[in-house]
Design a protein around this ligand. Structure first.
Ligand code: MOS
Length: 698
């Protein structure tokens, strides 16, 4: 166990700081992956499967090869072999088997993207189709219980919740549904790969250069030291860029066939719906038992997730219910239906986002049943310690968020009766939803600090393979490094986004700032122990991510509360959200500028998930039909009303030296529930399935 030997004193941390790379981004000189210059560049365009399951029986590439500018056409018959059999399943030209619609069946390399695309359309593929299943059926005979979730056990039971439910004064049993959703960062997934002298150099739109390097090294049978992965600027991540998907593998594989030449592949917007993951659909059964005063006696939350036969990812939606409220008995379970579709993956607040829709709507329904104000119901069920682990909280300020939010939003003036306020043809209502997100720390980052120059004016180069996916890691880590070294931010030269700087955890799990920041503080501490505050040019110290000595003693979570107003048109059922307020208790806020954007972004996505986002699978072919921005609507300016964000000062000495809790994901948690609850208050219509569309109110 290692821990910083001097207290972290915030100066730059907590002060608004523009992004150091901001001017480059505004001027268009910040290079994103696909803009990486390369020698003899080739463009890749894939040929994809049009069936969900089957086998390729013949591929004719002659017409494609004859097209001017085409350098190679790779298929499973001539592509280089990967080292890992497992990757044969991931659609990178290793076999004739088709596991999902959209799987890569061939890849054209050409000197222009236009030629590559045209040539791809000339490849003719014969397939034999096999029966498949693509759409979630919760009664499927294939339903199974996974071994574990990313957040621990799949089934967590305390006491006898069924007996408690049967004995409760009030029992509520409801089923909630959330749809398949696809990540849509502004920058699509993109890779530029080049093999030189047996080394693989990859520029990739990734949230984790280290993870991408690991995946590539394993697939190609290389030492990690023979793979470089670089991601200087990433245009949004949200989880799909956390894992390594077939597009990155395919680009590196294709580059292997043309050594010395760089191959580039940026997904089209439509291809974003195929092979880079999604949030799986869920069916969630929630039961709450309570006494007449609203004290919960039982919580059960049983989830069925849409899954894939190719690989397992379980959306841990019920995990949300393990720690939110005190109840003597509890059960949470997860089961999966494996289907002939791609593998789901992390998507902003995986688990909590859909799980809070069910959990926080159920609390609203119970409040109405009991005739208790929904905020008061939550206050009456505030736990003393973490109901899941039994540990005290390092800090838990949900109550403060609810109270402050109620005050700022004007909750006291709310008439609890539904369908009571009709203004100019629109029914208005208000709703609330709680939020929570854990504070994990990823191990295994490395930070190096080096003095450039001597004495009081020395600069410090700080290297760590962190990823800035737009969240503002450059600003946040610069401020943390400056405070840890007790110098001004202008003396810090932060370098990130490159495996040359050693291994590092991902920009994910809302844990980037915590994991990288704690590592930088540790390195700074060692630097000052070794050289004091008057270093010589070239003095250097490094550190790996320290364990958190308090990890087993306290439960660590951020909390928040969302308040929304909705308006539903009395005649058409159109639903609008004119006003949203989020109040958060998420530890110390490093950079108010970028933090505000993070919260606003999360809340906007919550609105988007509540009202718009749904990937519609066509069961006949196993593909998403609404596969572009015309059909898959994400909230844009016209959909968003007034957004208001506030955070409470929180001084948590246990989470990490900086006192930060992570803010990337909590902004989305609980928003959809608050909107559904407000829609009920406006209209008297309870919608338990997302997205909430106008037909629900007609
Ligand atoms: Mo996030 S879903 O941990 O990128």
């Amino acid at each position: 166990m290692t821990t910083a030997s001097r207290p972290f004193v915030p100066h730059a941390v907590g002060t608004a700081m523009p992004r150091p790379e901001g001017p480059q981004k505004v001027r268009g000189t910040a290079r994103y992956t696909v803009e990486t210059p390369g020698s003899d560049a080739l463009y890749l365009f894939p040929v994809q499967a049009g069936v969900a399951r089957g086998r390729v029986t013949a591929i004719d590439t002659s017409a494609a090869e004859a097209l001017e500018g085409v350098v190679a056409v790779l298929t499973h018959e001539n592509a280089p072999r990967l080292a890992r059999e497992a990757d044969a399943d991931h659609g990178v030209l290793q076999s004739s088997t088709i596991h999902q619609h959209g799987q890569y069946l061939a890849a054209v390399l050409a000197t222009s993207s236009e030629s590559a695309r045209e040539a791809a359309s000339l490849v003719s593929v014969e397939v034999v189709e096999e029966p498949h299943a693509a759409v979630l059926d919760e009664d499927s005979p294939d339903l199974y219980t996974p071994e574990a979730l990313v957040v621990g056990v799949t089934d967590d039971t305390r006491g006898d919740p069924e007996a408690a439910l049967a004995a409760s004064a009030v029992t509520l049993r409801r089923t909630y549904r959330t749809p398949m959703e696809h990540h849509q960062p502004l920058e699509p997934h993109a890779t530029v790969a080049c093999w030189e002298d047996g080394r693989l150099v990859v520029h990739d739109a990734t949230q984790a250069v280290s993870w991408t390097r690991q995946a590539l090294a394993a697939a190609f049978g290389l030492d990690e030291s023979d793979v470089d992965v670089v991601a200087q600027h990433v245009g949004g991540g949200f989880g799909s860029k956390g894992g390594t998907h077939p597009n990155t593998m395919l680009t590196a594989l294709a580059a292997q066939a043309v050594p010395g030449r760089s191959v580039r592949y940026a997904l089209t917007r439509q291809q974003m719906f195929d092979l880079v993951g999604y949030r799986p659909a869920t069916v969630q059964h929630v039961a709450l038992g309570a006494d007449r005063e609203g004290r919960l006696t039982a919580i059960t939350h049983d989830v069925v997730d849409q899954g894939s036969k190719i690989g397992e990812f379980v959306e841990p939606a019920a995990a949300f219910s393990r720690g939110m409220y005190a109840a003597e008995t509890r059960r949470t379970t997860h089961r999966v239906v494996p289907l002939d579709i791609g593998v789901p993956t992390f998507m902003r607040a995986p688990g909590e986002a859909p799980g809070s829709f069910a959990g926080e709507c159920a609390m609203d329904e119970l409040a109405i049943e009991l005739g208790i104000d929904p905020i008061e119901l939550r206050l009456r069920n505030e736990p003393e310690v973490d109901p899941e682990s039994g540990l005290p909280y390092s800090s838990r300020n949900l109550v403060a968020c609810l109270r402050r939010g109620a005050e700022r939003f004007g909750w006291a003036d709310r008439d609890p009766a539904p369908r009571a306020r009709l203004v100019d043809g629109w029914w208005h209502g208000t709703g609330v939803g709680s939020a929570s997100f854990p504070v994990p720390r990823f191990p295994g980052s490395e930070a190096t600090i080096r003095a450039t120059g001597t004495g009081d004016t020395a600069g410090y180069t700080v290297e760590i393979a962190a990823s800035d996916i737009g969240q503002g890691a450059r600003a946040a880590l610069t401020a943390i490094a400056a405070d840890a070294l007790d110098v001004g931010v202008e003396r810090i030269d932060l370098r990130i986004g490159d495996t040359a700087f050693g291994p590092a955890g991902p920009a994910g799990g809302s844990a980037g700032t915590t994991s990288w920041g704690a590592t930088i503080v540790e390195a700074a501490d060692r630097f000052r122990d070794k050289y004091g505050d008057h270093p010589e040019d070239g003095d250097e110290a490094d550190a790996h991510t320290p364990d958190n000595p308090w990890a087993g003693e306290y439960s660590m979570h951020a909390f928040g509360a969302h308040f929304v107003e909705v308006a539903v048109h009395a005649d058409t059922g159109e639903i609008r959200v004119p006003r949203m307020l989020g109040v958060f208790a998420a530890g110390r806020i490093v950079n108010p500028l970028t933090a505000r954007s993070q919260f606003l972004g999360g809340m906007t996505w919550g609105l988007s998930a509540a009202l718009h986002e749904e990937s519609v699978l066509d069961d006949r072919f196993g593909h998403v039909v609404n596969r572009d921005f015309a059909g898959y609507h994400v909230a844009t300016n016209a959909d968003v009303g007034t957004l208001d964000v506030e955070w409470l000062d929180e001084d948590d000495p246990y989470v990490n030296p900086m006192g930060t809790k992570g803010i990337g994901e909590i902004g989305i948690v609980g928003v959809a529930a608050a909107i559904a609850n407000a829609a009920y208050h406006a209209t008297g219509v309870r919608v338990r399935s997302l997205p909430i569309t106008l037909d629900a109110f007609l």
